[in-house]
Ligand binder design. Structure first.
Ligand SMILES: NC(=O)c1ccc[n+]([C@@H]2O[C@H](COP(=O)([O-])OP(=O)(O)OC[C@H]3O[C@@H](n4cnc5c(N)ncnc54)[C@H](OP(=O)(O)O)[C@@H]3O)[C@@H](O)[C@H]2O)c1
Length: 252
């Protein structure tokens, strides 16, 4: 395959994508492979990971299936992964509950995967020297981290905590030339979006969607931004959080 040599290329870079079995993670993997990367696809659902694998350009991609909620699952990922030049951490869940319905179990079901898992996974990757010099790490946050919505107490808090973690990683790892940034999308058309369609009435959903001047996002919109952050085109950018929202926040 002929790779276009632009500062955005990912030629021969090894990129780990979590949440690669679905939605944004799947599209990040596809787009990164088109830019020449060698992908390490992570998720729990092996069948869906195989489907993603079948959509990639190039070869020598790797597939790792484990549960990021368990120490065993995180250790399996770290043990099987080669040293990586980039990470796009997309694994996450959204479970909206009004605060009166929150209990310990519901708090844990969001915070454990959206916050604790990436913290523990990143620590283990660093400890085991699985992040190469000059690598770029990208974490999926959400506009909900800075702009809370009703029912988003745990989701928004998990993303706000992740954003602070990312800044600390950027500070601790810059001596190795490692950069660390967040992407904060608004509503993107993935299975997570389809879940929101089920959770809301048609009127609520239509009203929400109408607040996006450029319409809801596509997984490709987020994947393109991830490629920018993974590539040398963003070599001077670390510790930032990029909003991708089709103008949603302009409306206040
Ligand atoms: N879609 C949106 O509107 C939107 C907006 C803003 C931010 N985001 C963020 O973008 C990221 C991706 O969202 P998406 O819409 O692509 O979601 P999605 O289609 O529901 O995919 C979620 C991914 O997370 C993985 N995952 C969940 N629990 C896991 C676990 N315990 N261990 C390992 N992997 C796990 C799933 O893989 P398996 O099922 O194979 O384990 C799946 O690949 C999330 O962090 C989300 O918060 C999404």
């Amino acid at each position: 395959m002929q790779i276009m040599q632009t500062p955005f290329h990912l030629d021969k870079r090894i990129i780990l994508v979590t949440g690669a079995s679905s939605g944004i993670g799947r599209q990040v993997a596809i787009s990164a492979s088109k830019m020449g990367a060698r992908l390490v696809l992570h998720g729990r659902n092996q069948e869906k990971l195989q489907e993603t694998l079948g959509m990639l350009e190039g070869d020598n991609h790797q597939l790792i299936s484990s549960n990021l909620l368990t120490e065993e699952g995180r250790n399996a990922l770290v043990a099987q992964a080669p040293a990586i030049d980039g990470l796009v951490h997309c694994a996450g869940v959204v479970h909206p509950y009004p605060i009166r319905f929150l209990d310990q179990k519901k708090i844990d079901e969001t915070l454990n995967i959206n916050f604790e898992a990436p913290v523990l996974m990143t620590g283990a990757l660093v400890k085991n020297k699985k992040i190469s010099k000059n690598a770029s790490l990208v974490f999926l946050s959400s506009i909900s981290g800075q702009h809370p919505h009703k029912g988003g107490a745990m989701y928004g808090s998990s993303k706000a905590a992740l954003e602070t973690f990312v800044k600390v990683v950027a500070l601790e790892l810059y001596p190795q030339g490692i950069r660390c940034n967040c992407l904060s999308p608004g509503m993107v058309q993935t299975p997570m979006y389809e879940q929101a369609e089920k959770d809301m009435s048609k009127e609520e959903m239509d009203k929400h969607v109408s607040r996006y001047p450029l319409g809801p996002g596509l997984p490709e919109d987020v994947a393109n931004a991830a490629i920018f952050f993974l590539s040398d085109a963003s070599r001077w950018i670390t510790g930032v959080n990029l909003t991708l929202d089709g103008g949603f926040l302009l409306e206040g």
